[in-house]
Design a binder for this molecule. Structure first.
Ligand code: ADP
Ligand code: MG
Length: 775
């Protein structure tokens, strides 16, 4: 029976839906191959005929739906940039709206000129002409009546029906949600509508077994799989869709947590080196530090040391703001390993691998570990794509030396090098350890079980793992995505750190606002003259295409660097960095900046990942409203490493947003009273001001989640989560419920195999390689 069900769902969409080759390739592009994929391709939003507007009522900047007839549809290349574009005009009885698409030459193929369409997008206005850039567009068979009329409420109350919208249903009421699916070239929402109908009508549909056990569904009032599918694809009212969404969100979070719980259970049964160091030895090691450990550091260290003792592999995440001192935690816990002998051996030490995301960072860790361990009789190695180093050098015992890769690998394999620091080069096959006990991963969001096993490949035992990150993520997201890890948090900064003076600066177009910018530049000039360095962060890489009206406001790295070089800071050395550069090019620029061969580094947010340039004391962020708070916080973290007073200037590019200029030493909060504008801009200001008031990155991450929504911020893609699940991450109760239930199941069934026997439908999902996608 189970097999039959899977066969139905796994059946190829090609035969079942009789796809044309074009449709087939369009679907494949969005990852749809089976019937299940079609069912789980969920609407991204719903539209109501009542929420559309007439063209005469459009207001710039609003996201809105407009119905009308399209004319003058043509395609071509944009004159300057040679980017493919399509354009046309949309008319209703009240006016004309210009439509423009870039990079979507297929528009003209899927839409017929002079046909009726519904478009959805952001309205913009230039020289009195209204337009929409890259709107979603869909053919329809008729335009609903009464668009934009306030009589709607009455009409709905009286149950008035309108003519066909979406060509789907001739009796769709104004309040019936119309599902809109994520865009895919050549496949319309209408196609999806008919496709799911076909599945719903198939006799096998009713026989699909629900992977979520009934007790759990009952307990949390979740609809059955069939009900949820029908409700999400063809809701009668918006509540139906909400209830269904809740189920799919729970389902997705539940599967992730269940997998994580099984991983955790698996680790609990694995063996690791049991490491035990008496407190007095640890104290003796830390007493050499030029500072006293913060309470947070002490707690984190005690967590790790306690895990070390168990003989089972530790899996721990250490979260701490930039500058909170994670390296010291890594050093002390490393000490516990390298001061321990392998069992039954009276020579050598346990080994530690410390992996960093970039070569510069690996080198910085190498340097600081030399400082931490130079008094001990151990060797430290560095391996990157560019070669290998070893400390101490035979010739000069207080320094390091370059060594050949072959020599390096030999010394790691025979256990002579105790601590191996490196980039990804560390997990190559050729790197073999003798007694690898502990793996530390720096600034890596996710280091998979697989990679970890790769590292432990030659070992009988699994190494302990400490994953360190400065990316603050909300608790609910951590509970879900890092459910297999235990968490330690450094939530306080070492004392004596200077707080970054943060100002939100209006840099709009008016004379007064230009002078705000000027004042900031003068302050930067004085910092640079005093020998400091500055970062300028821009949201974009290239000069904006003048035709892409909506992006004109965002400053670009190249354009900004040119402007600063030619006008503002002629006397200083300026260079650029952005994500389109090769890793080696980026590193080269970063090195130059670190050596102070560059005064001002103009960059996109790629500079985020933790490099230490203590001499940089100013960071300017252009287009601040385009960044999430946690991201701004991360960027600001670039300037808190040194002894100099750090400054962060967040420019907002919308002239309506903040009306006050900077005053030296004033924090953003002080300026909030005089901010102008209403609604959206108020929210922007409020949001940015949190930068000056929040205690730490975690608070900002939670604020981000509350104010902007996870989907918008953390991009489901980054975590592999659907938008629906990302949204549900806001819901602590749901996340905790999923956790409680998955823990209970793992306790009851112990292994995935046993669970699969007891609840086959659930087992099938957990064991399938392909994650269930629900975008
Ligand atoms: P991050 O958490 O960003 O990796 P680091 O480990 O690089 O931070 O530490 C930043 C700086 O703070 C380093 O120069 C380090 O020596 C210093 N530091 C770490 N812990 C303390 C402490 N308890 N007191 C004072 N300074 C500290
Ligand atoms: Mg660090």
């Amino acid at each position: 029976m189970q097999n039959m069900i899977n066969i139905f769902l796994s059946q190829s969409s090609k035969e079942f839906f009789r796809l044309t080759p074009n449709q087939q390739s369009a679907l494949r592009k969005i990852g749809i191959e089976s019937i299940r994929d079609v069912l789980y391709h969920l609407p991204k939003r719903y539209e109501y005929a009542s929420s559309a507007k007439l063209i005469q009522d459009l207001v710039p900047d609003e996201h809105i739906t407009v119905y009308g007839r399209i004319s003058g549809l043509k395609t071509g290349k944009s004159f300057r940039t040679k980017v493919s574009k399509a354009e046309g005009k949309l008319n209703d009885e009240t006016g004309t709206l210009k439509l423009l698409w870039f990079h979507q030459p297929y528009i003209a193929k899927i839409i017929q000129d002079e046909s009726l369409v519904r478009v959805h997008g952001k309205v913009s206005e230039r020289n009195g002409e209204l337009s929409m850039l890259n709107p979603e567009i869909e053919s329809i068979s008729a335009i609903p009546d009464n668009i934009g009329q306030n009589l709607f409420a009455d009409a709905i109350a009286n149950g008035v029906k309108i003519e066909s919208i979406n060509g789907v249903n001739n009796s769709t009421s104004l309040t019936t949600p119309i599902p809109i699916y994520p865009e895919s070239k050549g496949i319309t929402s209408r196609w999806f509508y008919h496709a799911v109908q076909k599945v719903f009508k198939h006799p096998e549909f009713a026989r699909i077994e629900d992977p979520i056990p009934e007790e759990i569904r009952k307990k949390y009032n979740l609809p059955s799989l069939q009900t949820a599918l029908v409700w999400i694809h063809t809701p009668k009212k918006s509540e139906d869709a909400k209830v269904a969404e809740k189920r799919f969100a729970f389902e997705e979070i539940f599967y992730i947590q269940l997998r994580n719980e099984f991983t955790r259970a698996l680790h609990a049964r694995e063996k690791s080196f049991a490491i035990e160091k008496p407190a007095n030895e640890i104290d003796a090691f830390t007493e050499r530090f030029p500072f006293a450990l913060t309470e947070g550091q002490q707690v984190a260290i005690s967590h790790v040391l306690a895990d070390f003792k168990t003989g089972h592999p530790m899996s721990r995440l250490l979260e701490g703001d930039v500058g909170s001192g994670k390296t010291a935690v890594a050093a002390v816990t490393t000490y516990a390993c390298v001061a321990s002998r392998p069992r039954g051996q009276n020579f050598g030490t346990l080994q530690v691998a410390y992996m960093a995301p970039t070569e510069i960072l690996a080198r910085q860790h190498f340097e600081s570990f030399i400082q931490y361990f130079k008094h001990m009789p151990i060797s430290i190695g560095l391996i990157t794509g560019n070669g290998c180093r070893k400390f101490p050098s035979k010739v000069n015992p207080s320094g390091w030396t370059d060594i050949s890769r072959a020599q390096f690998l030999k010394w790691v394999a025979n256990g002579e090098i105790s601590v191996v620091i490196g980039t990804h080069a560390l997990i190559q096959k050729t790197v073999r350890f003798k007694h690898l006990a502990y793996v530390i991963i720096d600034e890596q969001h996710r280091f998979g079980t697989e990679q970890r096993q790769k590292l432990a490949r030659k070992e009988k035992v699994m190494p302990h793992l400490l994953s360190m990150t400065a990316t603050p993520i909300p608790r609910t997201l951590a509970l879900t995505m890092y459910g297999d890890l235990d968490l330690s948090v450094l939530d306080q900064m070492p004392s004596g750190r200077k707080k970054v003076i943060t100002e939100i600066v209006n840099s709009g177009g008016s004379v007064g606002q230009r002078s705000n910018r000027h004042k900031v530049y003068e302050h930067i000039r004085s910092e640079l003259k005093a020998g400091r360095q500055a970062y300028v962060i821009c949201p974009r890489i290239n000069e904006p295409d003048p035709e892409k009206e909506q992006t004109v406001m965002a400053r670009s790295v190249k354009e900004e660097a040119k402007r600063l070089r030619e006008d503002t800071f002629k006397e200083f050395r300026i260079d650029i960095m952005h994500s389109k550069m090769k890793p080696t090019e980026k590193e080269a620029v970063m090195e130059k900046f670190a050596r102070h061969e560059i005064d001002i580094l103009v960059s996109t947010s790629v500079v985020e990942v933790g490099v230490n340039v203590p001499n940089a004391s100013v960071i300017v962020i252009e287009g601040g409203e385009r960044f999430g708070l946690s991201q701004l916080h991360q960027l600001r973290g670039r300037v808190i490493r040194g002894n100099h007073q750090p400054y962060c200037y967040v420019f907002t590019s919308d002239s309506k947003r903040v009306s006050n200029g900077p005053s030296k030493g004033a924090t953003a909060k002080n300026q909030s009273s005089s901010s102008a504008g209403a609604g959206k801009s108020d929210k922007t200001i409020e949001r940015l001001h949190a930068l000056a008031t929040a205690k730490n990155g975690f608070e900002l991450a939670e604020l981000d989640l509350a104010q902007r929504g996870a989907g918008e911020l953390y991009g489901g893609k980054q975590w592999g989560l659907s938008d629906i699940a990302m949204n549900a991450i806001k819901n602590l109760k749901m996340v905790e419920a999923a956790r409680t239930e998955s823990q209970a199941l793992v306790r009851e069934h112990e292994t995935m195999e046993k669970l699969a026997t007891a609840v086959p439908a659930l087992g099938a999902i957990l064991q399938s390689k392909k994650e269930v996608h629900m975008e």
